[in-house]
Design a binder for this molecule. Structure first.
Ligand SMILES: [Zn+2]
Length: 203
């Protein structure tokens, strides 16, 4: 909170009401030094004094804390700014998640397939072949499941037919044939099947 801005706003509203610091202090049952401290931006009014102070100044508590008059117009602007910031943060996070998915996917494939290749081509005992195959199988599959979960929830899939962007169910994604992150799925909006690309931004 901007104490200086709030202080200036209190002083401005007090003068508009034709009150001195002393008069305002008396009406609130406090010292004029306290009022002076607020107006210089050195302290904020106690929570218990905020409501009576706002009543005397003819402002809302929101306006007091913003240090300015809140109209419908700038209330909407403030809200829009907040929403845009949240959307931008989500996009950044999704991009990061998709990078993690890529690394996790490759690592899982190495863990899964390298022991199988070794088992297939290396001159080792049969029991060791079986151990090798299973040693990579479980961690590899778990890694791939995690990677797919990330792919499901990070960003959106875009329908090629109608442009609808959505988050599919894990099952729909899991069952879909894919080339990299592009998956052949049914769009929940238009019902058509197409190769859908992964996108991070919704607009
Ligand atoms: Zn569609």
């Amino acid at each position: 909170m901007d104490q200086i801005k709030i202080g200036k706003f209190i002083a401005e509203r007090r003068k508009e009401k034709g009150l001195t610091q002393m008069q305002l202090a008396q009406e609130l049952g406090i010292t004029d030094r306290a009022v002076s401290k607020w107006e210089n931006g050195r302290a904020l009014p106690d929570a218990s004094l905020m409501l009576p102070l706002c009543e005397h100044l003819g402002i809302s508590v929101t306006e007091l804390l913003c240090g300015e008059v809140v109209t419908m117009e700038n209330a909407n602007q403030a809200l829009e700014k907040q929403i845009l910031e949240i959307v931008r943060e989500k996009e950044q996070r999704d991009k990061q998640m998709l990078r993690i998915e890529w690394v996790l996917g490759i690592l899982s494939c190495i863990i899964l397939f390298v022991p199988i290749f070794i088992a297939a081509y290396a001159p080792v005992e049969d029991w060791l072949r079986i151990v090798l195959i299973f040693s990579g199988f479980i961690p590899g599959i778990i890694g791939l499941c995690f990677a797919m979960k990330i792919e499901q929830v990070a960003g959106y899939y875009e329908c090629k037919e109608c442009g609808h962007k959505y988050v599919p169910t894990y099952k729909a994604m899991y069952m879909a044939p894919h080339m990299g992150r592009t998956r052949h799925m049914k769009c929940p909006a238009c019902g058509k099947k197409s190769w859908q690309k992964k996108v991070v931004s919704k607009d």
